[in-house]
Design a protein around this ligand. Sequence first.
Ligand code: KIV
Length: 289
Amino acid sequence: MSEPDGARGLSQRSALPPVGAEPVRRVRVQHLRAAKQNGEKLTMLTAYDLPTARIFDTAGVDMLLVGDSIGDNMLGHDGTIPVTLEEMLPAVRAVSRGAKRAMVVADLPFGSYEASPQQAMTSAARMLKEGGAHAVKFEGGLRVAEHVRLLTSSGVPVVGHLGFTPQSENILGGKRVQGRGDAAAHQLLTDAKSLEEAGAVAVALEMVPGDVAAHLTRDLTIPTIGIGAGAECDGQVLVWLDMAGMGGWSPRFAKAFGAVGAELDRATRSYLAEVRRGEFPGTEQTYWS
Ligand code: KIV
């Protein structure tokens, strides 16, 4: 019997809950570490709404990230810095309603956590209580280790985010690879270790040289989730519009696995043409008395 695309074979012993089984079992924090120990790659995609969350969840993605990349990908902002908690929450709610198996991770937007562990806790609590998320993600290493510790001890799983951290793009001097050179690589390792020690359940590595990410992946017991960080990470994450080929600018590290933007354009043009020619709606789409 052929497996649905993206699903793991049910016959293969997996550390993760099966895809397509009833009742559906949720991916939880213990599965992330077990997958790493098992050498099983973790999959993560961003999602910002219910229909895409449902499709990705049914296909078997392990984690759905309601990223602050909603800013540039969905809301028309230039980047992630303008995104607010109030903009994130409806998206987190919609994705949580659509995800039955995937762990839903909500990004804490810029300005909603940096000031103190207490501020991070207040924002994270809203993501879990009002959004239905299962975990939160925020950027930074050693400087946010105490934030991670408080959230973890309060029952909130945290995913860290190191390397190129878009909320700090003004201080980093733009979208640039991070961790090049011995000192920078060592700093990344110190940051990653401090997150692990504080209780983070995984760490996203963005735009990090592949060899540095491989080294970090070997040194950590928690999974690394790469985005522009090479193939040796324990898992991979992409912004779904880049993954599906929605068109528009994509970073060099992304790959389009489809041409959804072109298909949407084709469908839209055929709808417009049929309406204009008076062919839609036809008899099948019309109610009669
Ligand atoms: O917001 C986001 O999409 C992210 C990923 C790039 C990891 O943080």
